[in-house]
Design a protein around this ligand. Structure first.
Ligand code: CA2
Length: 146
C-alpha cells in the first residue's frame, strides 16, 4: 500500500492564476495539483490534494487524516496568521506536517511574518512558488523511508 500524503490548501487559493500573478505566479491550483501528483508518483506516494474556503472543513479533513495519511503538506493561506484552531487540529492528529507558502511571507507585510502553524511543523517552505510543494513532497518521501 503506497503512503498517502494529504496536501491541503486554504482560502482564496482557488483564485490562483487568475489574479495577483506578481505575488503568486501564473500557475493555477489545478497546475499545482498536477505537479504534486507527478512528484508523488515519482516517489511512490499517493497525493490527496484539496482546497477549501471554509475553516471547519479544513479542520474536519485534518482530523480524518489520522490513520489514513502518512503526513500533511499544508498551505494554510490567510489562516496561517490567524488560526489557533488549525494549529490545534494539526497537533492533535500527530502526523508530520510541512507548511508551504508560494510567496516569501517574510518579505511582505509584517502580519504575514507570524504563523500559528510553524511551531508544530517539521519544516516551513516559503517563496519558491510551486517548487515549494515539490520540495515538501520530496522531503516527505525521505522522511517516510526512515
Ligand atoms: O504565499 C502563500 O502561499 C500564502 O499562503 C498565500 C495566502 C496569504 O494570505 C499568505 O500570507 C501567504 C493568500 C492566498 C490567496 O491567493 C490568492 C491568489 C490569487 C488572487 C488572490 C489571492
Amino acid at each position: 500500500m503506497p503512503h498517502t500524503l494529504l496536501v491541503l490548501n486554504g482560502p482564496n487559493l482557488n483564485l490562483l492564476g487568475a489574479r495577483e500573478p506578481a505575488t503568486y505566479g501564473h500557475e493555477t491550483l489545478d497546475d499545482i495539483a498536477a505537479i504534486c501528483e507527478r512528484t508523488g508518483a515519482e516517489h511512490g506516494l499517493e497525493i490527496d490534494f484539496r482546497q477549501t474556503n471554509h475553516e471547519g472543513q479544513l479542520i474536519d479533513w485534518i482530523h480524518q487524516a489520522r490513520g489514513r495519511c502518512a503526513g500533511i503538506l499544508i498551505n494554510p493561506a490567510a489562516w496561517t496568521h490567524t488560526s489557533v484552531a488549525i494549529r490545534d487540529a494539526l497537533a492533535a492528529v500527530e502526523l508530520p506536517v510541512i507548511e508551504v507558502h508560494l510567496s516569501n511571507v517574510h518579505a511582505r507585510e509584517e502580519f504575514r511574518r507570524h504563523s500559528f502553524v510553524s511551531g508544530i511543523a517539521v519544516g516551513v517552505i516559503a517563496g519558491l512558488g510551486s517548487d515549494g510543494y515539490r520540495a515538501g513532497i520530496r522531503h516527505f518521501s525521505k522522511l517516510l523511508k526512515g
